[in-house]
Design a protein around this ligand. Structure first.
Ligand SMILES: CC/C=C\C/C=C\C/C=C\C=C\CC(=O)SCCNC(=O)CCNC(=O)[C@H](O)C(C)(C)COP(=O)(O)OP(=O)(O)OC[C@H]1O[C@@H](n2cnc3c(N)ncnc32)[C@H](O)[C@@H]1OP(=O)(O)O
Length: 302
């Protein structure tokens, strides 16, 4: 039942005409994603989309302060924005970045996984799965311009992209640090990392919950390029131009060839994966670990 409610909510959101989204910011013109006129913006307050139709490129900026945590709303709005871009043949590429200074994304929203109902956990996890599937199998060229720290789910978002550019700032570490929270990265998080850095590096990184600073991130291959902070966006645009020089059909079929087997593993057992997540996240010991971790984050300031 819970799963059906979750699926219904997501489906309703996906099918809702864009212009009727409660938070939509339609047709605002703004400063160019890559310079020049004709850039149009749409999206929602938490997921801004700047489009440059002449270049065929869009920029998705996550804006969920203070830390760009991936709440249910952010996940849903992100999927809707991607779907809109995928369906508009004007666009061939998208850059994913952050509008929160110094933070790409703090990952999954811990408050969505702590002290909530089973129905809520199911709805939330389905939304996490949905975003991963959409990004991982996107026909668009997807480039991450990582302009801040990027733990866990934040790292996962960038791992689904075709290429990762990281700003060279020692504070901007990246990795799947789930074990440090006392939780376990699901198998498809693990697969995404293995497909990027190889089995041994992934095993070590996952068990130790490693967060790599830029030079090390580049060395292990969790990012493809490290550039000075003020050049992240221009570097992402340069990379985009190179990827867009490849004929779409050939690149898309090749991407599918590389990624579909991994995605299919989740598609074939989505409901079982949700049930497994429900059992795991509802355990007293896991809820306690999450509460302790959240308290530590909150007490940092005091
Ligand atoms: C099939 C499945 C089977 C089994 C597997 C099951 C389960 C796996 C389940 C889950 C997988 C989860 C993956 C994740 O993404 S978990 C999230 C991991 N994220 C982190 O560890 C990052 C935590 N945050 C930080 O380290 C820092 O906040 C920071 C470095 C990102 C930023 O530091 P700042 O000093 O700038 O900001 P803070 O003062 O720390 O934070 C401000 C504010 O934001 C709150 N907050 C931070 N991170 C989160 C978050 N991820 N979710 C929710 N809220 C977050 C923090 O508590 C502060 O709140 P207050 O203002 O104090 O209220």
């Amino acid at each position: 039942m819970a799963l059906m409610v979750g699926a219904r909510v997501l489906a309703r959101n996906l099918l809702r005409p864009w212009s009727r989204l409660p938070d939509a910011v339609p047709g605002r013109t703004g400063p160019a994603a890559g310079g020049g006129d004709g850039v149009r913006c749409f999206g929602s307050p938490r997921v801004l989309v700047e489009t440059d139709p002449a270049k065929g490129v869009a920029v998705i900026k996550l804006k969920n302060p203070p830390v760009n945590s991936l709440s249910l709303e952010v996940l849903t709005e992100f999927v809707i924005s991607l779907e809109k871009l995928e369906n508009d043949k004007t666009f061939r590429g998208v850059i994913v970045t952050s509008d929160c200074p110094g933070i790409f994304s703090a990952g999954l929203d811990l408050t969505e996984m702590c002290g909530k109902s089973q129905a809520h956990y199911a709805e939330y996890w389905r939304a996490v799965q949905e975003l991963w599937l959409r990004l991982y199998l996107s026909n668009l060229v997807v480039i991450a311009a990582i302009n801040g720290v990027s733990p866990a789910g934040g790292c996962l978002i960038s791992l689904t992209c075709d290429y990762r550019v990281l700003a060279d700032n020692p504070k901007y570490s990246i990795g799947l640090n789930e074990t440090l929270l006392g939780i376990v990265a699901p198998s498809w998080f693990k697969d995404t990392l293995v497909n990027t850095v190889g089995h041994r590096t992934a095993e070590r990184a996952l068990q130790l919950g490693l967060l790599f600073p830029p030079a090390e991130a580049l060395r292990v291959g969790i990012v493809d390029q490290v550039v000075p902070e003020d050049q992240v966006h221009s570097a992402a645009l340069s990379v985009m131009a190179r990827w867009l020089a490849i004929p779409d059909h050939a690149r898309q079929l090749t991407k599918n060839l590389m990624r579909k087997p991994t995605a299919d593993r989740l598609v074939k057992q989505r409901d079982a994966d949700i049930q497994y997540f429900l059992q795991f996240i509802s355990r007293d010991s896991i809820q306690k670990s999450l509460r302790v971790y959240l308290d530590k984050l909150r007490q940092k300031k005091g």
